[in-house]
Design a binder for this molecule. Sequence first.
Ligand code: UYC
Length: 229
Amino acid sequence: TANDIDSLRQKLIAGSQKVQQQIIPQLADLGNEGLQVLQEFLLKRRDTPATWIDGKAYQVVYNSDAPTAKEFLETYFPEGIVPLKSDCGISYNSLQQLLIRQEFQAADLLTIQKMCEAVGPQAVQRKWLYFTEVENFPIQDLQTINYLWVVYSEGKFGFSIQREIWLGLSKNWENLWPKIGWKDGNKWTRYPHEFTWDLSAPRGHLPLSNQLRGVRVMSSLLNHPAWNT
Ligand code: UYC
């Protein structure tokens, strides 16, 4: 009823993130009227930086079959809700599209590719980065890539999430690996099949940084100046 919708709208606007997270799918289940509330919500918050709550609302509207919802997104948010800033002219549109659809495995691969692209043709050919290249990685690009991961994963994935966990473990790598599901006892998680490519994964599980060549790349990532601004 109209009353139910109104009560959900109030909770969506004023509730904690946990409440908002629960309300969003409920509104989507109510069909057009619920979707309308989510659309209003997205529009009203358009001028402030997107959070993973906005990402969730966007995804739910995106995944609805309602033609009006599709039209709404095409009109107001044709590329998604994260501004794709880059210091080196790279387009992160395809990464945003994969993450909107929560195609996390493909997004993980594309993340490495895009990072190589941002560094230069040698890195693209090599398909991995030297830690020195990561140290000099453009700040805006790293922030954009991270922001995309955080916003479309309910705040679960992203380098900044990994960093937060790592800082909470006093920067102890050996404690980080099991915490983010990259190691179980003495056994490394095998790429790609043993990784979890959906939101049932542990916090910080994605994106992956291959440890085959040592921890220095990951270390440069988590120590990057991008996180201090
Ligand atoms: N892999 O085990 N990994 C690869 C991870 C290790 C290995 C790629 C992460 C341990 C080999 C990604 C972990 C290890 C290949 C990741 C992990 C190992 C490979 C694709 C847990 C053996 C090449 C991108 C820390 C004991 C396979 C890339 C091939 C690939 C990620 C082996 C993203 C997070 C130490 C042999 N692993 N990697 O960088 O088919 O190649 O060429 O970390």
